[in-house]
Design a protein around this ligand. Structure first.
Ligand code: NAD
Length: 282
């Protein structure tokens, strides 16, 4: 194997430790409210992990677990209550929501100052406009952190992203553009995507197709970040064929232990930043 591993688990532990030290000094702890509708198995696991991670650094985390049949109005009422609750600093609504609920309407209902996922349209606009006031969604923020802590300055690099979702591909494209990369976004309808990815200095895959990216997709010496998480035969699997790509790339993230733990760390950091802003701490 040629590539060096970008250890997301280790980076995330360092960020958590740093936040824990800051939070230990506070009498009133930052409070993250998590709203979950229904009993989707993956969502239950994600929410449990977020709560555990928040509490492990001394944050308060309340989970509002609503029944699948909850109406849109009931959910919006709960969000209004959380928006007005001075004890709550950050609010996230676990996606996906049941089909009878309009998720756009729900995201728009979260107060900007408490939108720690950064998914509400106003926040997205701030990010696309390169505003320093944007709350950057956790997964793209995790990817940028890992790139900058591995490569240093990424200005001028050609970054190719596979995937254009609102939670990963699109905000990541803005973030990398804001960091002076040249950005190409590929997606399911892209023609000859492999030709584009083979030119990338930085290749980020976020398509959810297990092991799709092998050595033929990668330039010699590239940095490869695997965002994909798919369960195959009970095992967590990334978009990248790790063994093959590690022979060609200079840096590579593992799955698990790469972007996943860093995403949770960035959500905690966003909650801490929201707390600081709301309490006018420097
Ligand atoms: P999504 O389904 O919303 O979007 C997938 C994107 O990939 C789409 O834009 C689609 O066009 C593209 N795509 C699909 N198949 C493709 C193909 N064969 N070739 C090229 N492009 C293709 O998914 P998402 O929510 O953005 O998540 C993507 C992956 O990242 C999933 O595996 C998800 O579990 C994972 N994820 C991981 C984290 C983390 O913390 N590591 C966070 C969010 C998402």
């Amino acid at each position: 194997m040629v590539a060096k591993i970008v250890d997301g688990k280790k980076m995330a532990a360092e960020i958590a430790e740093d936040l824990a030290v800051k939070i230990a000094k506070l009498s009133q702890k930052p409070h993250l409210a998590v709203v979950l509708v229904g009993d989707c198995e993956a969502s239950l696991i994600y929410v449990r992990n977020k709560k555990k991670a928040a509490e492990s650094i001394g944050m308060k985390c309340s989970v509002h677990h609503l029944a699948e049949r909850t109406s849109e109005k009931e959910l919006l009422d709960l969000l209004e209550k959380l928006n007005n609750d001075k004890d709550v600093n950050g609010i996230i609504v676990q996606m996906p929501l049941p089909e009878h609920i309009d998720s756009d309407k729900v995201l728009e209902a979260i107060a900007l100052a408490k939108d720690v996922d950064g998914f509400c349209p106003y926040n997205m606009g701030l990010l696309h406009a390169n505003s320093k006031n944007a709350t950057v969604p956790a997964t793209p923020k995790a990817v940028l952190y890992m790139l900058e802590h591995t490569l240093g300055n990424i200005s001028g690099k050609h970054a190719v992203i596979i995937g254009r979702s609102n939670i990963v591909g699109r905000p990541l494209a803005s973030l990398l553009l804001n960091s002076d990369c040249t950005v190409t976004i590929g997606h399911k309808q892209s023609v000859d995507l492999q030709k584009l990815t083979a030119q990338a200095d930085i290749l980020v895959s976020a398509c959810g197709v297990p092991q799709m990216v092998d050595e033929k997709w990668v330039k010699d010496g590239a940095t490869v970040i695997d965002v994909g998480i798919t369960r195959v035969d009970g095992k967590i699997c990334g978009d990248v064929d790790f063994a093959k790509v590690a022979e060609k790339a200079e840096f590579i993230t593992p799955v698990p232990g790469g972007v996943g733990p860093m995403t949770v760390a960035m959500l905690l950091e966003n909650t801490w930043l929201a707390y600081k802003k709301q309490n006018k701490l420097g």
